[in-house]
Design a protein around this ligand. Structure first.
Ligand SMILES: N=c1c2ncn([C@@H]3O[C@H](COP(=O)(O)OP(=O)(O)OP(=O)(O)O)[C@@H](O)[C@H]3O)c2ncn1[C@@H]1O[C@H](COP(=O)(O)O)[C@@H](O)[C@H]1O
Length: 128
């Protein structure tokens, strides 16, 4: 955890953000969103390719920030930069989930389904 990390109800923050993203999409589909004032509306107006391209960009920026942080011996300012890049990546994943009629809760449910199942054992079971 970084120094800025405060104990709070983080899952609520994710749900609130997903609600905002879904509301922007509903407005966009109803022709009510303004891409000039809402970044999310702008992404929805551009469609699948633009949304998915942002995920690729943010993933690449995350990788570079992680490499920089390692190179700087996990210096606090580099750790903060890495957290910021991962936040950008998650944010754009939430926009993609909405674009495909999904929710972060779907991903959480999948992770819960996998809880306690070793990745090694799961992969071995796939092969047999
Ligand atoms: N959490 C975020 C959030 N995280 C990142 N971003 C935006 O994501 C963009 C990505 O940053 P980049 O530097 O990679 O992109 P860029 O180079 O500026 O943009 P492009 O040239 O790639 O189009 C930036 O414009 C950020 O401001 C976000 N935009 C919005 N939110 C949340 O969504 C809410 C609604 O936002 P609007 O739809 O803009 O009203 C906000 O109140 C926030 O809670």
């Amino acid at each position: 955890m970084t120094e800025q990390t405060k104990p709070n109800n983080n899952m609520d923050a994710i749900k609130r953000l997903a609600d905002v993203v879904d509301a922007r999409r509903a407005d966009f589909l109803a022709g009510k969103a303004n891409p000039d004032v809402s970044y999310i509306a702008k992404l929805f107006s551009k469609g699948d390719d633009a949304i998915l391209k942002k995920i690729g960009e943010e993933a690449a920026e995350t990788v570079m920030a992680a490499k920089d942080s390692r190179f700087a011996n996990l210096a606090p300012e580099m750790q903060s930069k890495l957290v910021g890049e991962i936040a950008d990546l998650w944010f754009h994943c939430f926009v993609a989930l909405s674009q495909f009629n999904l929710r972060p809760e779907d991903v959480i449910a999948e992770l819960e389904r996998r809880e306690g199942v070793s990745g090694i054992a799961e992969k071995a079971a796939r092969k047999s």
